[in-house]
Ligand binder design. Structure first.
Ligand code: RTP
Ligand code: MG
Length: 178
């Protein structure tokens, strides 16, 4: 009971602040309260900071961006890839023209892996990464991570799982059974 009274009080103050002082945005009020009253289940996804961005020293900025978007970083580590691991990791692309270059590049220099967690983590992280091609990302998603830190269509700074099945498989490949 006390929780609901407090919630209504805080909501009223926030609404007044919004209307009169423009302190708090209405969507953030709605989000805070709907998430408090109806907690959503969390989801895990795999994020990689690929060799180009890791070598360039972009990890702290990318990490900061991830945290500021409300993800928790459940586990993280540097990974030294090898051809066998990266071929299995990108097995869906076997036979594509870029497969050899991609798996050689991902094995050529360390990268950084993180398990990210929040409700709808898979979709949210893909949106935050932006389109595969960094040049296209700069055109249509200028605040995305690939727009800011990617080089082109191959060296594009980050990876993200594209489905629940991929996330489970990729997390197991990189972190083992967690
Ligand atoms: P990722 O798997 O790394 O998160 O990227 P994605 O889903 O946005 O793109 P995907 O189609 O799965 O491609 C995997 C990675 O392969 C490289 N790529 N190169 N040169 C090319 O045409 C080409 N196409 C894809 C990129 O590094 C891409 O992220
Ligand atoms: Mg992919």
């Amino acid at each position: 009971m006390r929780f609901y009274v407090t919630s209504i009080l805080v909501l009223t103050v926030a609404l007044v602040a919004n209307v009169f002082f423009d302190w708090v945005s209405l969507p953030s009020i709605y989000q805070t309260f709907s998430h408090t009253l109806f907690p959503q289940p969390t989801q895990n996804t795999l994020a990689l900071v690929k060799p180009d961005a890791y070598k360039a020293g972009y990890l702290p900025a990318i990490r900061e961006r991830i945290l500021s978007e409300g993800f928790s970083i459940v586990m993280e580590k540097e990974v030294i890839g090898n051809k066998e691991l990266m071929s299995e990791f990108y097995e869906e692309h076997k036979g594509r023209p870029f497969f050899e270059d991609l798996t050689t590049w991902m094995s050529s220099s360390p990268f950084y892996a993180m398990i990210l967690q929040k409700p709808e983590a898979i979709k949210s992280w893909r949106a935050l990464m932006g389109p595969t091609n960094s040049e296209k990302a700069r055109e249509i998603a200028s605040t995305s991570i690939r727009a800011q830190f990617g080089k082109d269509g191959s060296e594009n700074a980050v990876h993200g799982s594209d489905s629940q099945e991929s996330a489970t498989r990729e997390i197991r490949l990189i972190f083992g059974n967690v």
